[in-house]
Write a protein that binds this ligand. Structure first.
Ligand code: NAD
Length: 358
């Protein structure tokens, strides 16, 4: 069919360097950047995305146009569709799968729990089933999340930490994904790397994330709420710039070995790895807002409020020494530089000063 021809053409370059990657969630924030980076270095790349309406479709469509311009074709379809996956795997011999599709967001889960079960658990199993029976099996890199660490974990979070049942449904589907991928690794010898991303920001980012609403508020002259714990310590997070995350994803892909045959080893010898990918240092919300204000040359009112709960998780950041050692991961973009690039992009994309077009 013409879809198969387009998919094959999109992955054609594989013959040049031997790498052919299926990127799920390719029209998403991280997926679009990763797809472009892989394509730029000569990998064959085919994307798939269901263009779900969470945070609006228009940004996803624009990202898709950008990918299309650079020769990456994104199939409009669902990872949870086994027939679609069969078509893709029958058309291209993928050496790697970069699984970034997910239902994201924390608050949205309150009203839409099944969206998380479907996109973060059922889709993962559908994809793993396909990878399990492919011959040869592709190596898999997939996005877990730093949110699997809960309020009882001490900072900086380490991969060696015991993680309790996570505090949100989003995080709990990611934690479940870690267990499921580990089981597939053990049972079927799939080579799998899971990445616990922390707060990723940058151009083409997600409008549902806090830094996005901060810039909107500053431009529209509305106050920003700043949370403090019971000791009046500001909420702080580990912010990591998109280009650094892309480097971490590519390094993970290059170091996740491909299994040698279908059925895999049943003795668990195929690698199963989990890495924290963050900046390794906390940034408080007021510090971030100040940099945005400087970039926009505008001031905003900050409403300081206390957090409910015991505030243990107000100061969250991550130990990245494992990724440094095994992936050569070294975040290179400081917050000031990264936010400058984000602000430049935001003002270009949405225009100033009225914020989003729709
Ligand atoms: P995103 O929402 O921009 O990208 C995810 C994409 O997956 C979207 O385009 C969506 O349409 C697509 N998708 C969702 N369900 C699908 C399905 N069933 N079939 C096909 N496509 C589907 O989010 P992002 O920020 O780019 O996140 C990418 C990955 O990284 C996700 O797995 C997310 O959980 C993880 N992550 C992101 C962050 C962050 O700070 N951005 C932090 C931790 C983890």
């Amino acid at each position: 069919t013409s879809l198969q021809k387009t998919v094959r053409a999109s992955a054609h370059i594989r013959r040049a360097n031997g790498i052919s990657v299926l990127v799920t969630g390719a029209a998403g924030f991280i997926g679009s950047h990763v797809s472009l980076a892989l394509k730029a270095r000569g990998d064959g790349v085919v994307g798939v995305d269901n263009f779900g309406s969470y945070y609006g479709r228009s940004l996803k469509m624009t990202r898709r146009d950008l990918l299309d311009f650079h020769g990456v074709f994104v199939v409009d379809g669902d990872v949870n569709d086994p027939r679609l996956l069969s078509m893709l795997f029958n058309t291209v011999e993928f050496t790697h799968v970069m699984h970034l599709a997910a239902q994201v967001g924390v608050q949205y889960a309150v009203e839409n729990p099944y969206a998380y079960v479907r996109s973060n658990i059922a889709s993962l199993v559908t994809l793993l089933e396909k990878c399990k029976s492919a011959d040869p099996q592709p190596a898999i890199v997939w996005a877990s999340s730093g949110s699997v660490y809960g309020p009882h974990n001490k900072v900086p979070f380490s991969e060696m930490d015991q993680v309790d049942p996570p505090p949100t449904l989003y995080a709990s589907t990611k934690r479940t994904g870690e267990e499921i991928t580990h089981t597939y690794n053990r049972l079927y010898g799939l080579s799998i790397t899971g990445l616990r991303f922390f707060t990723v920001y940058g151009p083409w980012g997600r409008p549902d994330m806090a830094y996005f609403s901060f810039i909107r508020n500053i431009l529209q002259g509305r106050p920003i709420t700043v949370y403090q714990d019971k000791n009046r310590v500001d909420l702080a997070r580990d912010f990591i710039y998109i280009d650094d995350i892309v480097k971490g994803c590519v390094a993970s892909l290059d170091t996740t070995g491909r299994s040698t045959g279908s059925g895999g080893s049943k003795n668990g010898s195929a690698p199963y790895r989990i890495f924290n990918l963050g900046n390794g240092s906390p940034v408080t919300v007021p510090a971030l807002v100040t940099i945005l204000e400087e970039n926009l040359k505008m001031k905003v009112t900050k409403d300081v409020v206390g957090m409910c709960g015991n505030g243990d998780d107000s100061f969250a950041y991550v130990n990245i020494s494992l990724a440094e050692r095994e992936l050569g991961f070294k975040p290179a973009t400081d917050l000031r530089t990264g936010l400058r690039e984000f602000v430049k992009w935001y003002l270009w994309y949405y225009g100033n000063p009225l914020g989003p077009k729709s």
